[in-house]
Write a protein that binds this ligand. Structure first.
Ligand code: IFM
Length: 770
């Protein structure tokens, strides 16, 4: 029985533009993503949507052309490829083809059942000769077999009986959509791919990129056996032709499966072509919609078992949260070679790049609910460690690695270094996330095989980048100059608080894990040439890291020079000027105290024991006034911290704005793809914010604050081989150990010992915490 609380209905959405709907209903599984296009439009210039299929890690390069190409600037754009729309169909009725003369297509209904992953859509189509029929699509991207996409079409005549021809072409080149845009958040270019058809039992094409030299197989097959369906070619393009005789009484159904292979280096790919083709084609053999869907739905169900969040008291919010969680699941790479693009696999925004968004906003959700996926995401960073080493050398850093600010292949792709490469906090973000994963899972194998190297090499970077100051208030301290923090309206500053605090942590982690490795795998320390002197240097730099502070006003400073900049008058800026980045030259913005997103406050979120409540409140009030939230990464942080300073209404308001960012098209650009980091932020808001989960002095600690209008917040987390259910209500919070060894969690200073014999503990909540 379908559960309405897991369904996204077209009728409930206020925005209904084609591009927006394509994003909202996009399907994916971390390897592939399919936008929910109008299936008759293809690349028609008259259509405002952007149909397409994306494969994680399948991108092409193009040289970045600089007027003044300084040494060390990023060399290449990396742009995710938009592949043919696998939903596309061409109709021919009364001799009129829909690709030559547009048919009228009306979207009647869309229902996405996130409980199973099935997308069910109905379109009403009228031919230029006045014949009307409905086209229903049932489609899913398999969560069980990552290469598989299946779509079932159902056609019913409404006002006629007669013949209709349908063509399903297996084509790329003829569907390419050129783009140009002035919005830097959108993809600035599209790729030209090469397509070759290979001899095989099903139409199978090899797509290869020109510059990145990657290859990918895409096979299409009619699933079933139907004399009305024949495989032919049209202008040398393989094409299924379906001849139907329709009547209003009886609908016709046909199903196609796509097998989308792994992304390969072209040379290796050519060498193993035969076996790749066989494996890809085999995927579609004897496949049925029902069986493939059952396997996929079972994995989806398992996802919800571990990752669902229940909110009682607000049904649209409940649905919105599930929408966010499921999109996160759909977006995350699982092969250790890919991560999560800022827009998931739902659009070309930010060209399909991975940012710190993965580690700082989305990874916690996976760490605590799907740790295998979290491990694979960190595995991607480990895979790209050599590229990060090369980048550090290019940046004249003698040791360690520098991860790119934005990338697909591990190389820097940001052409604007003040808000790109200068965000060197990315190194410390990766180290922080690695530590979080290790603390939450206790996965020492990962520590030995990858985690320690990530932490060590990022820490080595800081020692080589920074220096001990000899002048001014920083004298004797370890300083990091000319950096950009998370806030992209402030750039190239000295001692950005967030960066320094994160680097301090990174250095301390190197010491902590070197000590641990000395016990569990001392040979690794020798292999990696870690000496006692280096360990001491890490410890000293961590200890002496400079953290700018205004002692007079008792405020943490965003950077050394922040108080000398005037505050931007946000309140009097016309609403139409937001986001400011589309209306002001960066240098204008950089002259002010002006935050696009949480920066210094982000460090307060990540290091809750650094400050008492009074300090946090002062910092919060100060930074809230100068923040525009022009980045969708901002509000979640403000929501979480509002809870910590006991401002529940503010916490709820920020949360409500950010949690439905895409469903309500809050930023006006969801058509370019989802805001994946913000979706991760909504999980953080619920678990770190309203449930107040954090690492306290004694261990895993909760400080709950349920919004007054909610009755309940329920979720599960995995922690070191255990699973715990958390059930927060207005008067009490209950922790239940579902499996695993005994564990003590803390709430209001009270230890709650959970064992399988006595699995549940309830703590009643006093007014002061709620
Ligand atoms: O990584 C973010 C950044 O923090 C703000 N601008 C958008 C990027 C991609 O989401």
């Amino acid at each position: 029985m379908a559960d309405e609380a897991f369904q996204i209905h077209l009728q409930q959405l206020k925005q209904k533009s084609p591009g927006f709907l394509e994003t909202i209903y996009a399907l994916g599984n971390g390897h592939i993503g399919v936008r929910a296009s109008n299936p008759l439009q293809g690349n028609s210039p008259a259509y405002s949507g952007k149909p397409g299929l994306f494969v994680n890690g399948f991108y092409d390069l193009s040289p970045i052309h600089y007027g003044e190409p300084y040494y060390g600037y990023a060399h290449n754009n990396q742009t995710i490829c938009e592949l043919p729309d696998p939903r596309y169909l061409i109709f021919e009725v009364d001799g009129v083809r829909s690709d030559k003369t547009p048919y009228n297509v009306e979207t009647i209904d869309k229902t996405w059942d996130m409980a199973s992953g099935l997308l069910d859509e109905t379109f009403q189509i009228t031919t230029p000769t006045g014949k009307t029929f409905t086209l229903t699509l049932d489609s899913f991207v398999s969560q069980a077999e990552r290469h598989l996409y299946v779509v079932r079409y159902d056609i019913r005549a409404l006002n006629f009986s007669g013949g209709i021809k349908i063509f399903k072409r297996h084509d790329y080149v003829n569907q390419q959509i050129p783009r140009a845009t002035a919005d830097i958040r959108r993809a600035q270019r599209s790729n030209t791919l090469m397509q070759t058809y290979l001899p095989a039992t099903a139409p199978i094409m090899e797509l290869s990129t020109q510059k990145s030299q990657l290859g990918l197989l895409v096979a299409l097959r009619f699933l079933g056996d139907d004399p009305r369906v024949t495989l032919t070619t049209q202008n040398d393009v393989p094409c299924y032709q379906i001849n139907l005789d329709l009547t209003p009484e009886r609908s016709a159904q046909f199903t196609f499966g796509y097998a989308i292979g792994d992304v390969h280096d072209l040379l290796a790919f050519k060498l193993h072509q035969q076996s790749n083709v066989e494996a890809t084609v085999a995927l579609l053999k004897e496949q049925t919609f029902e069986e493939a869907f059952a396997a996929s739905a079972a994995r989806t169900q398992q996802f919800w078992q571990d990752s669902d969040i229940v909110i009682e008291g607000d049904s649209s919010l409940q649905k919105g949260i599930r929408f966010n969680l499921y999109h996160l699941f759909q977006a995350a790479g699982r092969d250790h070679l890919t991560a999560i693009p800022a827009k998931g696999l739902t659009g070309t925004g930010y060209e399909g790049h991975y940012f710190w968004d993965t580690e700082m906003y989305m990874l916690p959700f996976f760490i605590y609910t799907q740790p295998e996926i979290a491990k694979a995401l960190l595995g991607y960073r480990y895979t790209t460690l050599p590229a990060a080493g090369r980048r550090a050398r290019e940046m004249a850093i003698s040791a360690g690695v520098l991860f790119p600010w934005r990338t697909i292949n591990g190389e820097e792709a940001s052409a604007y270094y003040p808000a790109g490469t200068a965000q060197i906090h990315i190194n410390a973000d990766i180290a922080y996330a690695t530590d979080l994963y290790l603390r939450a899972t206790g996965d020492t194998d990962f520590l030995k095989s990858a985690g320690f190297e990530l932490i060590l090499n990022t820490a080595r970077f800081w020692l080589a980048y920074g220096n001990y100051a000899t002048y001014g208030p920083q004298r004797g301290h370890f300083v990091l100059n000319r950096v950009t923090g998370p806030d992209e309206y402030t750039a190239m500053v000295d001692n950005n608080y967030y960066t320094n605090r994160m680097a301090k942590n990174n250095l301390a982690l190197a010491v902590k894990y070197a000590d641990k490795m000395a016990k569990i795998a001392p040979e690794k320390l020798t292999d990696l040439a870690v000496t006692q002197d280096e360990r001491a240097a890490f410890a000293e730099a961590a200890d002496k890291m400079y953290l700018p502070y205004d002692a007079k006003h008792k405020i943490k400073l965003q950077d050394d020079n922040a108080p000398n900049r005037p505050q931007f008058d946000i309140a009097h800026e016309p609403a139409t000027n937001f986001p400011l980045l589309l209306h002001y030259h960066p240098l204008v913005l950089y002259r002010y105290q002006l935050n696009k997103q949480a920066d210094t406050l982000m460090s307060a979120l990540l290091f809750p024991l650094d400050q008492d409540e009074a300090q946090l409140k002062r910092d919060y009030d100060y930074y809230e006034k100068i923040t525009t939230h022009d980045s969708s990464l901002s509000r979640a942080v403000f929501s979480i911290l509002a809870n910590r300073i006991h401002q529940p209404q503010k916490a709820a308001d920020y949360f409500m704005d950010s949690s439905l960012t895409d469903l309500t098209d809050l930023q006006g650009n969801s058509e370019d793809g989802i805001h994946a980091a913000n979706m991760g932020g909504s999980w953080l808001s619920l678990v770190y914010g309203f449930a107040g989960m954090h690492y306290g002095k004694s261990g895993l600690t909760f400080a709950p604050h349920l919004p007054t209008s909610w009755q309940r917040l329920k979720f599960k987390i995995k922690y070191r081989g255990r699973q715990i259910a958390v059930d927060l209500q207005q008067a009490a919070i209950t922790f239940t150990l579902l499996h695993g060894k005994p564990l003590t969690v803390y709430c209001q200073q009270e230890p709650c010992e959970l064992t399988l014999k006595n699995p549940s503990k309830q703590v009643s909540l006093t007014d002061s915490t709620n």
